[in-house]
Write a protein that binds this ligand. Structure first.
Ligand code: NDP
Length: 404
């Protein structure tokens, strides 16, 4: 029996992971689940799956969970506070940790799981974008096994020669190609995109995902973050990672070899496939995902990304090329801008403008240690809030001028 901890269990990836695990009770034992403040959902998961440990990072929510469950906790030990997720990530009973917390909040527990030598199933792409060199070093030093969950990187991993390990460049690879659905605004005009609402941005045509990554897909920042992620995972420079728009989301990504071969991984757009692959690796097991009917699929389309309508992609590529702490500023500014967009404090094009301005004003340089990463993250968040406030102030002044 393999012991598993699921961090971010109340989210989209977390719930898909619990679904896959529940299909294989003879193979996996759920040791721990953790989230931030979703009291009701975590309580339901505790009652249903009976893990040994459950944690909420938010201390008030952890207290509310304790009150909500009372004696119905059974044998589940409840933990609370941000460090409780790191505690879960390093439990000796768990060999395998699913890192599925969204955003920079996932960094400490992801690093802890790597240092503790776990089989690390990495969905939290932001931790790799922020601290790629540090996370890869923690994986090496801790003797961890890093398996990508992002469907694109999981697809690439499946297309690489057997025995490839994260961080080393596999022999014979010319480049990797990340496919992108293009998001909900793929065929929208620049004018329509400028007026896009949060509701439209989170309505992804092919995938069911959390709100933040759904907006990242709409801006194409998700593909930019994935490009940076791919550079670290596969030991490649940014110019050997290409992006192609593939609206059907059937090919999840491709690897091009120097002999002209192009290997692709295909499947229904359902995250339970990469999750099951990483849980069972190097074996295979069922995932509950519908099998692909190629005749019904009929056609697969490809086109180049449009960098004018979707400037976030170019901004992310520039940050990848700059390296050092630039991806940290990119990630932090993006998180703040997306949050402001979802709260209707910023319009859709404002996301790219804020990120660009933050990167220009940031003083971040080369990456030394974790302290540098955290300082660059804090600075970029402060700058992003300043930009958003300045834009809101300018909008008020403009509309007052128009009324006058
Ligand atoms: P969701 O928004 O659905 O879920 C996020 C999870 O993170 C929830 O469990 C949430 O807990 C938890 N969380 C949020 N903030 C904190 C915090 N401060 N401390 C601790 N836990 C926190 O996200 P997704 O499942 O969509 O995405 C998770 C990660 O996986 C992201 O990094 C995303 O980029 C990546 N990913 C997702 C894919 C998808 O298909 N969804 C595909 C590929 C990658 P709570 O409910 O309590 O707020």
């Amino acid at each position: 029996m393999i012991g598993v901890v699921v961090l971010g269990s109340t989210g989209s990836i977390g719930e898909s992971t619990l679904d896959v695990l529940a299909r294989h009770p003879d193979r996996f034992r759920l040791i721990g689940i953790g989230a931030n403040r979703s009291v009701e959902k975590l309580a339901e998961q505790i009652e249903r799956y009976r893990p040994a440990y459950a944690a909420l990072a938010d201390p008030a929510a952890a207290l509310a969970l304790q009150e909500r469950l009372g004696a119905r906790c059974g044998d589940t030990r409840l933990l609370g506070g941000p460090e409780s997720l790191t505690e879960l990530a390093t439990l000796s009973e768990a060999e395998c940790v699913m890192a599925a917390i969204v955003g920079a909040a996932g960094l400490p527990s992801t690093l802890a799981a790597a240092r503790a030598g776990k089989r690390l199933l990495l969905a939290n792409k932001e931790s790799l974008v922020m601290s790629g060199p540090l996370l890869m070093e923690a994986v090496r030093a801790g003797g961890a096994t890093l398996l990508p969950i992002d469907s694109e990187h999981n697809a690439i991993f499946q297309c690489l020669p057997h025995g490839s390990i994260a961080g080393s460049t596999p022999a014979g690879v010319r480049r990797v190609l990340l496919t992108a659905s293009g998001g909900p605004f793929r065929d929208w005009s620049l004018e329509a995109i400028a007026a896009a609402s949060p509701e439209a941005a989170v309505a992804h045509p092919n995938w069911v995902m959390g709100r933040k990554i759904s907006v990242d897909s709409a801006t194409l920042m998700n593909k930019g973050l994935e490009l940076i992620e791919a550079c670290f995972l596969f030991g490649l420079p940014p110019d050997r990672v290409d992006i192609v728009i593939h609206p059907q989301s059937i090919i999840h990504s491709l690897v091009e070899y120097i002999d002209g071969s192009l290997l692709a991984q295909l499947g229904s757009p359902d995250m339970r496939t990469p999750i099951a692959y990483a849980l069972a690796w190097p074996e295979r097991m069922t995932s509950g995902v519908a099998f692909l009917d190629l005749v019904q699929t009929a056609r697969l389309d490809f086109r180049a990304p449009d960098r004018v309508r979707f400037p976030c992609l170019g901004i992310a590529q520039a940050a990848a090329r700059a390296g050092g702490l630039a991806p940290v500023s990119l990630n932090a500014a993006n998180e703040v801008a997306v949050h402001a967009f979802l709260a209707r404090q910023l319009n859709f094009p404002g996301i790219a403008s804020v990120i660009e301005e933050v990167i220009t004003r940031s003083t971040a340089g080369p990456i030394g240690g974790l302290d540098d990463v955290l300082a660059a993250d804090t600075e970029a968040r402060r700058l992003a809030h300043e930009c958003i406030e300045a834009r809101a102030g300018a909008d008020v002044a403009l509309s007052a001028g128009a009324r006058a």
